[in-house]
Every structure is written in structure tokens, then in C-alpha cells.
Design a protein around this ligand. Structure first.
Ligand SMILES: *Cc1c(COP(=O)(O)O)cnc(C)c1O
Length: 494
């Protein structure tokens, strides 16, 4: 709706290509030195044909980029209910702090003595994450959740190899995020898919049936991707441990647990944190990320390096001398600005504030679920944690699918929720409102979805033709993903 209110002038401005031959945005002073023969001076590097750059005035350029910046969905513009991704508001104080020159301009190879403040922040963030998760040590090295998973499974492999008993299988519930099997497979493990029960939960019997002496680990997400708390987690971990395996916890849903329960206490041996989700950093479009990995003491020798250590005299230094480490995960210290943001978020909220984040996230998800139940099919009974999953089953006779509903939401100015994931629910719509949304904002979103359901029954064709209010309607999404065109190119001449 947002765009539609801007009227004709805005529609005219939709033209992407604004170049006019001869138009200039800069005015260079007249030459006050002798002219030289550029071709002679530059030799082969001299460009004979002018570069085909767009020709624009300053005002054209400013309006073009300002307009483009409003064509994207953004958490700063409205609710962004992308389930599992935790697109929540990022307090601006975090940005101010991440830009402090002592952090932002620190050279990655600075001697430790010159960056004591940064090292202290890293040291304290490690300790905070360990306290929040109930784990013993944390490395801030991994640059995203997926890399944290990779590091975690590498440590599990190193652990089994160090005991002289390499194993070959990793168990993963069928509701898992796609990065879980990818991380296991990249480490050479065969993935054993464990079916979840009809209640959406992982049951001890299913784990027991799949567990044997060749299973290195179970990877589990709690709450799972259906937004449900894995109530059998304690028993499940016992079974895996009894068989000599370890338990990997996918920590992407940690915003449902903060200050209430800790993965380490549930029996998790190693997990990653998605700082950009749980602890707020603007993310999306592929970056940036930070995926620290935390472990119980038995895995600490294998942590990626460097860690930060504190001497008896209170000085901080990089700790690289760890003989059993899985090594470095990248050249320097990761996306340090995100470590500053996460630290600021944790310290400004404090234990009580974090606890309240989780309470609000869970309340908001359950509020939306209760408003939408009945209009949409809800595959699992009971209440949820920080996100809820609906499906299009009740719309089946109209021919309208989850994809159509998602596209219609775009016409109403909303970024769609995650769709067709998790795979265990046919036609899934996965909604994560996050703790940032007010009651009014949730009501507006619920009203919009209910309007779309009403429209689906009255005029299904209108829903199937959405989106109508965007510059392009339905794209070939496979081609867009496989062959992304991300840069402006001059129109081909022919
Ligand atoms: C986001 C997510 C991941 C991957 O994290 P990235 O930081 O995007 O690499 C893994 N598991 C779950 C459940 C997630 O939601």
C-alpha cells in the first residue's frame, strides 16, 4: 500500500534508466596547467572509447538512490515476519558503538597492547555467551551460523578421532534447517534423518532406534523450526551420550530461551549462536553475520583459534597456542562490528532485559497464532515458542496457495513470512513476529492476513494475480537465484 499512496509523480519516477546524453553532475574548473597528450602518457592503458557511464545531474543521482533505498523491505520500515531469521529491530545505539573509531578502525594485525579495549570486549562477550548458554567456552571466530555449524561438526569429528574411534553418521531430525545436513556432509558424515512425531517433536524412541556406535552426533534445534519446544531434549541427549555420541545444538532460535533455560543444561555439548539474529544486527541479503560457537569443556581443546586470554596482570592477548585446535576459520577476527553490537545489546538489556525479550517474543508469536487460527490450518496443537507455523490447507478448495498469500502480502506492504519451510508441513507459512512488535503492529498484520483469507474465498483470482503494486510481479525465482544480476549494466547495443 505504501507505494500506492505516492501518486503519479512517483509512478513516473519508476523509470530506472534516467541517463540523458551530455547531462553532468560535476563541474570541473578550467585547466590551469599545460594539457598533455594522454594517449602518449598512458600508452596501452589509454581508453579510446569513452566509458559508457550514465549521464546524470546530482539531483537525479540523489533521487535515484534514495528511491531505490525505499524499494526494499526493511525492519526500519515495518514488520518483517521472516520465520527462523529473527528480523527484529536493531537499536541504533549499537550502530553508534560499532562505529567508534577504536573498534571500527582497529587494524586486524595491531599488536595486542594497542587494542586492549577490543580484546576486553571479545573476552567479556565470550564470557556472556557462555553464561547465557550454559556452556564452558566460546569462540567468536565463525562468520555466520552456517560456519559455526561447520566448526562445531569439525570439533565433533576431531574429538572422535582423538579418541581413536572415528564415526561416520550424524542424526538430524526431519524438521531441521538445511544448513544442518550440509554441515554434516561437508565434514564427510552420512546424514541419518530422524522422523519427528505427529506432534512435531523428536521422540526418544526415534532417536534410540537410529542411535548406534557409528553415530558421531545428533544435531538438534530447540525450539525446533516448528516453533515447538523439544520437551524430550533431556532424555534424547542421554540416549546419544550413552551411545558415545555428542549433541550439537543449532542455536538460531536462542531468542526463545534467553534467561529462561540454557542449552548447556539440557545436555547440548556444542552449539552456534547467530549474533545477527538473537543479539540484533541488521542482516539479510546475505550478510553480515557472526556465528560464535560454544562448547562444553570436553570440546574446548578443539576450538578454532585465536581465543582471547587474560594474564594475571589483567592484560589481554590472543591465544593461538592450542595444539588440538581445528585451526582458523578465516584470515582475521570475523565481523568485529557485530561483536560490538552484540555486546552492546547484551549489556544494555542486562539479564532481566534479555529475559523479557524472550517473554515478548513468545507472547507475540502466540498472540498472532491465536488471531490466525481458524482462518489458517494450524498443523500442531498447543502453544508455540517464538514463531508459529500455519498452512494453506483450509484454502485448498479456492486454488489459492501459500505462495499466493505471500505475494498478496507484498501488495499490502509486508515482507512475506518464510514459506514452504519447514518441509515437514505441506504449504507452510512460518511467522516470527519477534519481540520488537507492538500489539497494534501485530493486529495490523493479523487483520491484513485475515483480509487476504476473506479475499481468497470471494475473489481467488485477485490473490493469484498478486503482487500488483510492485514494479515487477512474479519473477522466475529459480533463475533469479541461479543467475543473479546484481549490477547495473548498460543496455546491450545490438
Ligand atoms: C539462520 C539459521 C541457520 C544458519 O545461520 P546463518 O547465520 O544464516 O548462516 C541455521 N539454522 C537455523 C535454524 C537458522 O534459522
Amino acid at each position: 500500500m505504501r507505494n500506492a499512496t505516492r501518486g503519479l509523480a512517483y509512478e513516473e519516477a519508476l523509470l530506472f534508466e534516467q541517463s540523458q546524453p551530455g547531462r553532468r553532475g560535476v563541474d570541473l574548473p578550467a585547466l590551469d596547467v599545460p594539457e598533455v597528450d594522454a594517449a602518449a602518457l598512458l600508452g596501452q592503458a589509454f581508453r579510446e572509447e569513452p566509458a559508457e557511464l550514465p549521464e546524470l545531474s546530482e539531483v537525479d543521482v540523489i533521487r535515484h538512490f534514495t528511491r531505490l533505498s525505499t524499494w526494499n523491505a526493511a525492519v526500519d520500515l515495518g514488520l518483517y515476519p521472516l520465520g527462523s531469521c529473527t528480523m527484529k529491530y536493531n537499536p541504533k545505539i549499537n550502530e553508534r558503538l560499532a562505529r567508534l573509531p577504536g573498534f571500527a578502525l582497529a587494524h586486524p594485525h595491531s599488536p595486542a597492547a594497542q587494542v586492549q579495549g577490543l580484546l576486553q570486549l571479545i573476552y567479556e562477550l565470550e564470557a556472556s555467551l557462555a553464561a547465557i548458554s550454559g556452556l564452558d567456552r566460546v569462540s567468536l571466530q565463525p562468520a555466520a551460523g552456517a560456519q559455526g555449524e561447520l566448526a562445531g561438526i569439525m570439533m565433533i569429528r576431531a574429538y572422535h578421532e582423538s579418541r581413536g574411534e572415528p564415526r561416520h553418521k550424524v542424526m538430524i531430525p526431519d524438521s531441521a534447517h538445511g544448513t544442518n545436513p550440509a554441515s554434516a556432509a561437508l565434514n564427510g558424515y552420512d546424514v541419518v534423518s530422524v522422523p519427528s512425531g505427529s506432534d512435531g517433536l523428536l521422540h526418544p524412541e526415534a532417536v534410540e532406534a537410529a542411535m548406534n556406535g557409528d553415530v558421531a552426533a545428533l544435531m538438534i534445534t530447540n525450539p525446533n523450526t516448528l516453533g515447538l519446544f523439544e520437551t524430550h531434549i533431556g532424555r534424547v541427549c542421554e540416549i546419544v551420550h550413552a551411545g558415545g555420541g555428542l549433541v550439537y545444538g543449532d542455536g538460531a532460535n536462542l531468542n526463545a530461551l534467553l534467561g529462561h533455560s540454557r542449552p548447556g543444561d539440557m545436555g547440548i555439548d556444542v552449539m552456534h549462536f547467530n549474533l545477527h539474529k538473537t543479539f540484533s544486527t541488521p542482516h539479510g541479503g546475505g550478510g553480515p553475520g557472526a556465528g560464535p560457537v560454544g562448547v562444553k569443556e570436553i570440546l574446548a581443546p578443539f576450538l578454532p583459534v585465536p581465543l582471547v586470554a587474560r594474564d594475571a596482570d589483567g592484560q589481554y592477548h590472543w591465544d593461538e597456542e592450542r595444539p588440538q585446535t581445528i585451526g582458523r576459520l578465516h584470515g582475521n577476527h570475523g565481523n568485529v562490528g557485530m561483536l560490538v553490537r552484540a555486546y552492546a545489546y547484551i549489556r544494555s538489556l542486562g539479564p532481566e532485559g534479555l529475559r523479557r525479550c524472550t517473554e515478548m517474543a513468545v507472547l507475540n508469536a502466540n498472540y498472532l497464532l491465536s488471531r490466525l487460527r481458524g482462518a489458517f490450518h494450524v498443523p500442531f496443537e498447543g502453544s508455540v515458542m517464538h514463531e508459529c507455523v500455519l498452512s494453506d490447507r483450509l484454502l485448498a478448495e479456492t486454488g489459492v496457495t501459500t505462495l499466493d498469500v505471500a505475494k498478496r502480502l507484498i501488495d499490502h506492504g509486508y515482507h512475506p513470512p518464510t514459506i514452504y519451510f519447514p518441509l515437514v508441513v505441506a504449504g507452510a507459512l512460518m511467522i516470527e513476529p519477534t519481540e520488537s512488535e507492538s500489539r497494534e503492529s501485530l493486529d495490523r498484520f493479523a487483520d491484513t492476513l485475515l483480509d487476504i483469507v476473506r479475499e481468497t474465498h470471494e475473489d481467488p483470482q485477485a490473490v493469484m494475480a498478486a503482487p500488483q503494486r510492485t514494479r515487477l510481479s512474479r519473477l522466475d525465482e529459480t533463475r533469479a537465484a541461479r543467475r543473479p544480476v546484481l549490477r547495473w549494466q548498460p543496455d546491450p547495443k545490438e
